[in-house]
Design a protein around this ligand. Structure first.
Ligand code: HEC
Length: 149
């Protein structure tokens, strides 16, 4: 009887799709530049801790974050009152699940997490591609509206 129960439990576990681990996706794909915990490097790599959550708290900012990962961003952007001239490549080879998990993770650093779903990332991926330099221009426009801190 015990064995039957154990087998049933294992079967149930196997049928649940593996949940992407946002911290693991971050450590493998983003921490190289944005540093562990998303603390950033002043003047070089934006701090994501605190900033990503503040952006995602507003709808236009929430919609912007998947575009950064899918398109990359390069050009002059203002971060914490300092100008950064950097290049982030598109990381669009990551799955919808992994991008949803990593964005939920970064918004939760020093902030109340904002949940992203794979369906939202799929919808963002279906949008026309944006050049990384145009992404920097969109960043500036959102900063002017105080949607980007
Ligand atoms: C090769 C280095 C590199 C990697 C890897 C990288 N980024 Fe970036 N990221 C940057 C740079 C540089 C910028 C600023 C670009 C600029 O100056 O235009 C940036 C900007 C951003 C921004 C806008 C930040 C702000 O404060 O306005 C977000 C959000 C972001 N990255 C998220 C991520 C996520 C999530 C990952 C992993 C899936 C990632 N990045 C991987 C270098 C990187």
């Amino acid at each position: 009887m015990r064995h039957v129960l154990l087998a049933a439990a294992l079967l149930a576990a196997a049928s649940v799709p593996a949940l992407a681990d946002g911290a693991a996706v971050f450590d493998a794909n983003c921490a190289f530049c944005h540093q562990a915990g998303g603390v950033g490097v002043p003047g070089q790599f934006p701090r994501l801790a605190g900033r990503a959550g503040a952006m995602a708290a507003k709808p236009a900012g929430k919609a912007f974050l998947p575009k950064v990962v899918l398109n990359g961003i390069s050009g002059r952007i203002m971060v914490d009152g300092e100008q950064i001239l950097g290049i982030m490549p598109a990381l669009d080879t990551l799955s919808d699940e992994d991008i949803a998990a990593v964005l939920t993770y970064i918004t939760g650093l020093d902030h109340q997490p904002v949940k992203y779903t794979a369906a939202e990332i799929k919808a963002a991926r279906a949008q026309p591609k944006v050049a990384p330099t145009d992404m920097a221009a969109q960043h500036a426009a959102l900063a002017a509206k105080k949607i980007v801190p």
